[in-house]
Design a protein around this ligand. Structure first.
Ligand SMILES: [Zn+2]
Length: 206
């Protein structure tokens, strides 16, 4: 049994995910996927906003899979939208944890702004849950956000990267920091056998 197999998701993160999914999918959509992923106990009953263990990472991954399946071809876009809503929830509900309360980034170069918010995300996750292993990579001219404990793809297998919700959150974070729409590409994914999920900040979308 490795630490990865034991991984748990804390209440506040499940609450964040369910609130964001509800915003994007509505009650009916969310309730349907909660049923198909074995999480019906959360219907009309979100977990409290605290750091207690809530569900297994594999259950969280099931929920992501269920949303993708529920919307078919639209599933990836839906998950990205939920990821965006999730970052907005973080700004609203956890600005101190995220390190953005009262912060003005205007005078910083764009690369520093992106680093600031990505570090804020990684630190917030690690502070909330010591099991999380996430960091920022600066190699060459690209910045990347990496998590070796990604729960979205936990115990899933895929030929291609599948952590669409994470892509949405990072895209929204970078947009918040710069006011621009950057391309975010998942280059590595645990689901395809890589050591971590890696999200690279690419160019500004035309
Ligand atoms: Zn992943």
């Amino acid at each position: 049994m490795t630490a990865r197999e034991d991984a748990t998701i804390i209440n506040s993160l499940v609450r964040q995910a369910l609130t964001s999914a509800q915003e994007v999918m509505g009650d009916n959509g969310l309730n349907a996927v909660l049923r198909t992923s074995g999480l019906e106990r959360f219907i009309g009953n979100f977990p409290p906003n605290n750091l207690e263990p809530s569900i297994q990472a594999s259950q969280y991954a099931h929920l992501n899979q269920a949303i993708e399946d529920f919307y078919g071809r639209g599933g990836k876009g839906m998950l990205r939208r939920i990821g965006k809503a999730s970052f907005q929830y973080g700004l609203r509900e956890q600005s101190a944890l995220l390190g953005v309360a009262g912060v003005a980034l205007k005078l910083l170069p764009e690369r520093q702004r992106i680093k600031f918010i990505l570090n804020g995300m990684a630190d917030a996750l690690k502070k909330s849950n010591p099991e999380v292993n996430a960091w920022i990579e600066e190699s060459g001219d690209r910045l990347a956000y990496i998590e070796a404990t990604c729960a979205i793809c936990h115990s899933r297998h895929s030929e291609t990267p599948i952590c669409y919700l994470y892509i949405g959150s990072i895209a929204e974070a970078v947009h918040w920091a710069t006011g621009k729409e950057y391309e975010i590409r998942e280059t590595h994914c645990l689901a395809k056998g890589d050591e971590y999920c890696r999200f690279e900040v690419g160019d500004v979308k035309a």
